[in-house]
Design a protein around this ligand. Sequence first.
Ligand SMILES: Cc1cc2nc3c(=O)[nH]c(=O)nc-3n(C[C@H](O)[C@H](O)[C@H](O)COP(=O)(O)OP(=O)(O)OC[C@H]3O[C@@H](n4cnc5c(N)ncnc54)[C@H](O)[C@@H]3O)c2cc1C
Length: 328
Amino acid sequence: MKICIVGAGVIGLSTGLCIKNLLPAARLTIIADTFNPDTTSDVAGGVWEPHFVTYPDKQELSKWQKTTFNYIFDLSVRPNAHEYGAFMCPSLILESDKVEKPDWSDIVVGFNILSKDEIKRRTGVEYETGWTFNTLVLEGSKYLPYLTNELRKQGVNFEKRKLNSLEELTNYDVIVHCTGYGARKLVGDDNVVGYSGQVIKVDALHMKYFITSPTAYVIPRSDGLIMGGTLIEGDESRIPDEQHTKMIYEDCCKLLPQLHGCKILKVLKGIRPYRKNGVRLEKEVKIIGSKKLNIVHNYGHGGNGVTLHWGCALRAASLVKEFQQENL
Ligand SMILES: Cc1cc2nc3c(=O)[nH]c(=O)nc-3n(C[C@H](O)[C@H](O)[C@H](O)COP(=O)(O)OP(=O)(O)OC[C@H]3O[C@@H](n4cnc5c(N)ncnc54)[C@H](O)[C@@H]3O)c2cc1C
C-alpha cells in the first residue's frame, strides 16, 4: 500500500507514526513545503490546554483530548523524557470574567478553583476566575525531531515540495491530508481561518510555571521561557512584528515583574489553523478522470494541535486502514 501524507507539522508527523504502528508494511512518503523548525507546530506553546475548541461530537473530542493527555503523560515519565520535550507543568489560569469550570478539568491533574481572595493574595491583582492544576508541555523543538527520526528509522521518505492540488498525487493508494492552515488554499476550504500568533523566547530559566492572564502568558521551556502572545484573525504573515515583540515583553513583565531584564533569544510567529465547524477528520473519495483519490483529512486544529494530535492521529490511521480493508 502506497500512502502519502501531505504536511510535516505535529499533525502530519504524528499521523505518520500512528500509520506505521498500525500498518508496518505500508510504504509511506511525507510531502511538505516546510519542515521542522519552520512549521507553525514549531511555534506552538506546546501546552495541553483546550482553547476555543469546537467539534460537533463532544464525546469524540473529549476522547481525543484524553488520549493525547495520557500519551504525553506517558512520554513525560520515561527516563529519556527530555528527548521528547515532554514534562508536567504547574499551571495557573486567570480570567477577568466569571468562567464556568471547564469540561476538561477532570483530565488534568489536581484541578482547583481559587477564591477571589486567594487570587488577589497570590497575584496582587483582582480577577474573577482563577484555576490551578498540573498539565503537560510538549516542546516542538524536541518532539518534532523525535517524530522525524522515528519515521526515518522506519524507512519513511521525505519530500520537500509545495503542492497546488491533491490531484498531483494520483499515484498513491491513500493520501492523508494534514496541511493545517495550508488547507484553505490546497483544498479550497473557506471554513479554515488563520489566527496568527507571535511569541518570544527569553532566557528566564528559573520560571517553571505556565501562567496565562487575559493580556499575557508564559510557558516554560527546558532552555528558556516562552512569552506570549498575539492572536490576530486573518493575518497570514509569518514575519514577526517589532511592535508586537515590545508589547508581549512589557505585558509579560507586568504580569510577572521578576521577568524584567531577561534577554530575548528568539521571536517566533505561526498561523493557528482554526476551522469554523471544528477539526476535519474524515474520509473523502474523489474521482479524477479514470483515477480515484482516497483521502483522509486531518486538519483545522486551531490553537489545539498539540492538545489533540495523538487522539486525532490514531483516528486518522484507523481511517487509512478502513480504505485498505475496503479495497481488499
Ligand atoms: C503562538 C502559538 C501558540 C500555540 N500554542 C499552542 C499550545 O500551547 N497548545 C496547542 O495545543 N496548540 C498550540 N498552538 C496551535 C498549534 O501550533 C497548531 O494547532 C498546530 O501546529 C497545527 O499543526 P499542523 O500540523 O496542522 O499545522 P502546521 O504545523 O502548520 O503544519 C502544516 C504542514 O503542511 C505543510 N503544507 C501546507 N500547505 C502545503 C502545500 N500546499 N504543499 C505542501 N505542504 C504544505 C506545511 O509546510 C507544514 O509542513 C499554538 C499556535 C501558535 C501560533
